[in-house]
Design a protein around this ligand. Structure first.
Ligand SMILES: [Zn+2]
Length: 337
């Protein structure tokens, strides 16, 4: 192996940030794993024996969400040196490399709003070709797989949260899978948010078009590369390693489930959000609380208790300024097949 391809496996993040093309694009590690460099920031790993399932693990869809990117890069090194056993086929994706290089969330457009073809309506966007490439790579990876298909997309949140680590599940109309909830508990996620509408996220795309068990993980607050305390992400890292090794789940951490019941809409520049714009995600408000107004529009809490997620009064008029969720833990677990 040349030194260039060594770096690819030893430090996939550094290699990807350099933007180089490897001198050789595939090989076999000492542990028998077949690796293929697919494209910048995209690598395929296939176990020596028939794979039990397929796992797409992505990070850096937002370029400044560094901790999961570093975590995934270390996982690549450990797959290559044999420390992380592999029973599944695995596709590793570092999403928005140009934004990573610039230390920003994105260059022109939020990549995680461009999937399911939305990039076609923004052909000039710096992110459009990458969205198209990630869709094609994901479809190619899952195509023809008859075993279980997983997609774990790892992020870090911008704001504080009542539940520091939480997951979001896309809404495709398919029944909720107990396997996903069991895995989220194994990863010690504290809460999961169930969407009720389709969206343009990467996980929505793989859930909808490849039938993958897909989730977005929000793993706490973000810092620059090299300054992350990866110990805070150890539970998710360990659960991802168990998933790709096809090892038994270990943790059964309590998991609260929340379902979206409404959204707060920004209609005009007169929009006023009545809570601090840095209010933590999942902050609860009692029935009757007026959370926002905009001309004649009012948003009042109508359930006994609603919690606000992703409030952002600075979005453009016509866009969502916050999601409202209610606790559906008991009903959701009772509904799982
Ligand atoms: Zn993100």
């Amino acid at each position: 192996m040349t030194s260039n391809a060594d770096l690819l496996l030893d430090d996939f993040l550094a290699f990807s940030l350099k933007g180089e093309t490897p001198s050789i694009t595939q090989g076999t590690t000492r542990s028998g794993v077949r690796w293929t460099w697919q494209s910048h920031g995209i690598a395929l790993f296939e176990p020596a024996h028939a794979p039990t399932h397929s796992v797409l693990a992505s990070a850096g869809i937002h370029g400044d969400e560094t901790a999961p990117i570093e975590m995934l890069s270390r996982l690549v090194a450990d797959i290559a040196n044999g420390r992380a056993p592999l029973a599944a086929r695995m596709l590793v994706i570092l999403g928005n490399i140009d934004a990573m290089r610039g230390g920003t969330r994105y260059i022109n457009d939020d990549l995680n709003r461009l999937f399911s073809g939305r990039y076609k309506s923004l052909p000039q966007s710096h992110e459009a070709p990458r969205a198209a490439e990630l869709e094609a790579q994901a479809l190619q990876f899952f195509d023809g797989a008859t075993h279980a298909k997983w997609h774990i997309d790892m992020h870090t949140a911008i704001r504080a949260s009542v539940f520091e680590q939480f997951a979001l599940l896309p809404h495709t109309g398919a029944p909720l899978a107990r396997a996903m909830f069991d895995w989220l508990r194994d990863a010690r996620l504290q809460a999961v948010l169930l969407h009720k509408e389709k969206s343009n996220t990467f996980v929505h795309f793989t859930a909808q078009h490849a039938n993958a068990l897909a989730c977005t993980l929000e793993l706490g607050k973000v810092r620059p590369f090299g300054e992350n305390d990866l110990a805070r992400f150890a539970a998710s890292d360990a659960a991802l390693r168990r998933l790709i090794a096809d090892e038994a789940l270990k943790e059964q951490a309590p998991l609260r489930v929340f379902t979206v019941v409404a959204q707060i809409d920004k209609q005009s520049e007169h929009f006023v959000l009545n809570v601090a714009s840095d209010v933590p995600n999942f902050t609860a408000f009692p029935s009757g609380t007026e959370l926002a107004h905009d001309g004649a529009y009012r948003y009042r809490v109508s359930h006994d208790e609603e919690r606000i997620v992703f409030p952002n009064p600075r979005v453009k008029p016509g866009l969502r300024a916050g999601l409202m969720v209610i606790d559906t833990t008991d009903a959701t677990f009772a509904s799982l097949a």
